[in-house]
Design a protein around this ligand. Structure first.
Ligand SMILES: [Zn+2]
Length: 158
């Protein structure tokens, strides 16, 4: 951008003699953009922890334990289980771990994951139509078998 000093007769003059543009307007637009960027960056910093915590849960299907994921955005690829050392599975924050001794519930969890349902948002189907509501994840194997059949179109493909 050419300086105001040379494009106009005086510093309070806004219209460029060269291009005919309103230079003051361009400058104030630019300032607004910069302020907006600063606000967005501050908000991101404030909510960073919340966003990443909401993201995932680390789960070990063998040891039947689950943790919220630590705050280290994408810097790591595998999380060794503190009990068995095997890589933990990342599940959606929506996952609620069953009780440790509830073997059947954990089998159901494993079955759902293996079939492409790591507790992501699944849209409910009513009368053969997709709705805006989220479907509840099943707790028993029998329900899970029906679930993966009904929602197979929404499964994550391997
Ligand atoms: Zn483990």
């Amino acid at each position: 951008m050419v300086s105001l000093k040379y494009e106009t007769d005086s510093p309070i003059e806004c219209i460029s003699k060269i291009t005919g543009d309103n230079l003051c307007e361009s400058i104030s637009n630019l300032k607004t953009l910069i302020y907006a960027d600063i606000v967005i960056i501050i908000l991101l910093i404030i909510f960073r922890n919340k966003i990443s915590k909401m993201g995932y849960k680390k789960v070990c299907l063998e040891c039947k334990i689950s943790f919220n994921r630590d705050i280290d955005l994408g810097s790591e690829l595998s999380y060794p289980c503190p009990e068995c050392g095997k890589p933990m599975t990342l599940l959606s924050h929506r996952f609620r771990a069953p009780k440790k001794n509830d073997k059947k519930a954990w089998e159901t969890v494993k079955f759902l994951i293996e079939n492409g349902f790591p507790f992501q948002h699944i849209y409910k189907i009513e009368d053969g139509k997709l709705t805006n509501e989220y479907a509840e994840f099943p707790n028993s194997m029998k329900e899970a078998e029906e679930f993966i059949e009904i929602y197979k179109d929404q499964a994550y493909k391997k």
